[in-house]
Design a protein around this ligand. Structure first.
Ligand code: HEC
Length: 111
């Protein structure tokens, strides 16, 4: 019987997806909020100090691809920045989950 196996695989995938999305939010709170703000709009003391971007702006969302966001989280922004590289601190899957969190900030700001 192959069908029950497929059904099981789908359930597992769906569950992992949910867990990852939740993980992303927790990771964001733990690692990113202090600079980028809990709403992603960088209205924090460090955000002002370091000129962090407002992720809720549609113009910003449109300018960056998922791959760019992933690369910036992994290696840090281009040029000098106070933002650390996360490639050694967080796994690939965790950084992927954070790309989604950053994208979701844009969606919540859309009219
Ligand atoms: C010490 C403060 C700090 C922390 C912590 C930090 N960032 Fe940043 N981040 C910055 C600064 C400063 C920049 C460069 C200015 C900018 O582009 O917003 C930046 C840039 C970015 C950019 C690119 C913006 C652009 O278009 O150039 C992304 C995406 C980003 N951060 C996501 C994250 C995520 C996700 C985390 C958590 C894993 C994180 N940052 C943690 C300060 C921080």
């Amino acid at each position: 019987m192959i069908l029950p196996k497929i059904a099981l695989a789908c359930t597992v995938l769906a569950l992992t997806g949910t867990v990852l999305a939740e993980d992303g939010k927790t990771l964001y709170q733990d690692h990113c909020r202090k600079c980028h703000g809990s709403e992603g709009n960088a209205r924090t003391a460090r955000g002002y100090l370091y000129f962090a971007r407002d992720f809720t702006r549609p113009a910003w969302q449109a300018r960056r691809s998922d791959e760019e966001i992933f690369r910036i989280i992994s290696e840090g922004p281009d040029g000098w920045s106070s933002m650390p590289a996360y490639s050694k601190r967080l796994s690939d899957a965790e950084r992927r989950a954070l790309v989604k969190v950053v994208r979701d900030f844009g969606k919540s700001a859309m009219p």
